[in-house]
Design a protein around this ligand. Structure first.
Ligand code: HEM
Length: 504
């Protein structure tokens, strides 16, 4: 892979020189920026970042340049926020200024800065507020969504039960369960796990998340015009996007044909109603294309991140059986085995809660967050940052900050427990980022992680295939997301709980 990427970089250099020489396009520096390693022409600091783990390489550079420094990703400068204090001082204490979204080439061609994730200014504010309101209307943040997740958990557990303890890669089943929660909010229905349309939809999202988290995705974000000419898996991203667009458009069309304007069944109906209301307004942000993008954002934001967290969580619990056993003992003592754990139980499950937080801290599923852009000039830690500066909020650096967590490189649930064994939150915990642009689905994601993982642990022993000592927790690919290695486990039913009694 290294050779391939190095060859690609060399090719990039040659082509970029020609391209540069022609003067077709050149990134502009917005102004003076914080110091950082000296960039090479065109390649910037890429050679210093060639470790295969961008998050770790940036943390190493921070050791030399401090918590706020500039790296050049090819011809484009990026200011990196690397430490809990830098992230807090920027994203929370200057929330408005750091609330812009920086462009990512892998999404640019598809989203054209439409939807919530990649829009800015008034369009972003309008869509974010509308979506938060609509999600609430369809049960997110209320008991209704809890019921939906618990119903889905029953389907998931039945599938696990059917494996009868045989080795299983849990990825697809977890993807199905998580995606169905979003499906029920956005499309108003869930899918059967073997439905070919559903399977295809999930494969497209998964494929894109993987490519975007690979070196190809990283390099595409740096040299998009160049990589458009080079063969490689990155081209699949755009084909996948096109197929997703067709799928979502068909759903919207079906909603148009079957909806009754006075009763909104789901998010799409809600959006269509708002489009009707504003159809005379030429400035309206409620357009069909915006609905396609926003729907895509909810899926893309809400499925891979959550299901990757669940999958990584299972791998960690297989590696540390003593932790899984302690969670199970706490669940048995507090909830029993007659009914599935509920959100109201969370406060009485300090160890379980600490383990779930530690899983999210340890894996940093989106290690670099999503890029921000400055909405106005700012000062941060003694540095001047001009408006429009592209910012990388290195969330993983807060999770690995030794001033905030003991042994940050090890998995250790006591990071979230006090001396008395009570749950202890930590402000440096930020898998959903911070500030005005913080993840819109954080509440839903937290509920899903709790309800799905506790339901699984209550019902099954998680057994390794092979020795737990040989389980390597290093992500298989990283970049946009930390993706765990492919693995199998065996789920063996614990005694005292029959499938039939395991209801909400
Ligand atoms: C474990 C699960 C999840 C993680 C770790 C996660 C993490 C994140 C992060 C780091 C961001 C970027 C925030 C920033 O700009 O700094 C984000 C944005 C976003 N997430 Fe999530 N997310 C998760 C689940 C969800 C779910 C379930 C949904 C859908 C309901 C969702 C929808 C979104 C949306 C729409 C945005 C864009 C917000 C904006 O730009 O204003 N996410 N997420």
């Amino acid at each position: 892979m290294l050779t391939c990427v190095t060859a690609l970089l060399l090719l990039a250099l040659v082509l970029a020189l020609a391209w540069w020489g022609c003067g077709t396009r050149r990134a502009r520096t917005p102004g003076p920026l914080p110091p950082g390693p000296t960039p090479l022409p065109l390649l910037g600091n890429l050679l210093q970042l060639e470790s295969g783990r961008l998050d770790r390489a940036l943390m190493e550079l921070s050791g030399r340049w401090g918590p706020v420094f500039t790296v050049w990703l090819g011809p484009r400068p990026a200011v990196v926020l690397c430490s809990y204090a830098a992230l807090r001082d920027a994203l929370v204490l200057q929330a408005d200024t750091f609330s812009g979204r920086g462009a990512m080439a892998v999404f640019e061609r598809f989203t054209r800065r439409n939807g919530i994730l990649f829009s800015n200014g008034q369009r972003w504010r309008t869509l974010r507020n509308f979506t938060l309101g609509a999600l609430k209307e369809f049960g997110v943040g209320t008991r209704t969504i809890e019921e939906r997740v618990l119903e889905e958990a029953v389907c998931l557990l039945d599938e696990f039960q059917a494996t009868a303890g045989a080795p299983l890669n849990p990825r697809q089943l977890l993807d199905n369960a998580v995606a169905n929660v979003i499906c029920s909010v956005v499309f108003g229905h869930r899918y059967g796990y073997t439905d070919p349309e559903f399977r295809r939809l999930l494969d497209l999202f998964h494929d894109n998340f993987r490519i975007m988290s690979s070196r190809w995705g990283e390099i595409y974000n740096i040299f998009p015009s160049l990589l458009d000419w080079i063969p490689g898996p990155h081209h699949r991203i755009f084909g996948n996007f096109t197929e997703l667009r067709v799928f979502i458009s068909e759903q919207i069309q079906r909603h148009r044909q079957t909806r009754q304007p006075e009763v909104a069944r789901d998010f799409i109906d809600c959006f269509l109603a708002q489009m009707d209301k504003e159809q005379q307004d030429p400035e309206s942000h409620f357009q069909r294309e915006t609905l396609v993008m926003t729907t895509h954002n909810l899926f893309f934001g809400g499925t891979e991140t959550t299901s990757t967290t669940l999958r990584y969580g299972l791998l960690i619990l297989v590696k540390y059986p003593e932790v899984a056993a302690k969670v199970q003992a706490e669940l048995d003592a507090v909830v029993g085995r007659a009914h599935a754990p509920r959100l109201e139980d969370r406060a009485r499950l300090p160890y379980t809660n600490a383990v779930l937080h530690e899983i999210q801290r340890f894996i940093s599923v989106l290690p670099l967050g999503l890029p921000r852009a400055l909405t106005r000039d700012a000062h941060l830690h003694g540095h001047f940052l001009p408006k429009s500066t592209f910012v990388i909020p290195l969330l993983a650096s807060s999770h690995r900050d030794p001033t905030q967590f003991k042994d940050p490189d090890c998995f250790n649930p006591t990071n979230f427990l006090d001396d008395k064994g009570e749950f202890q939150s930590n402000d440096a915990f930020m898998p959903f980022a911070l500030g005005k642009r913080m993840c819109l689905g954080a509440g839903l994601a937290r509920s899903e992680i709790f309800l799905f993982l506790t339901a699984i642990l209550q019902r099954f022993h998680l057994l390794p295939v092979g020795s737990p000592a040989n389980i390597d927790l290093t992500p298989q690919c990283t970049g946009l997301g930390n993706v765990p290695p492919v693995f199998q486990l065996r789920l063996v039913a614990r005694g005292g709980l029959s499938p039939a009694t395991h209801t909400q």
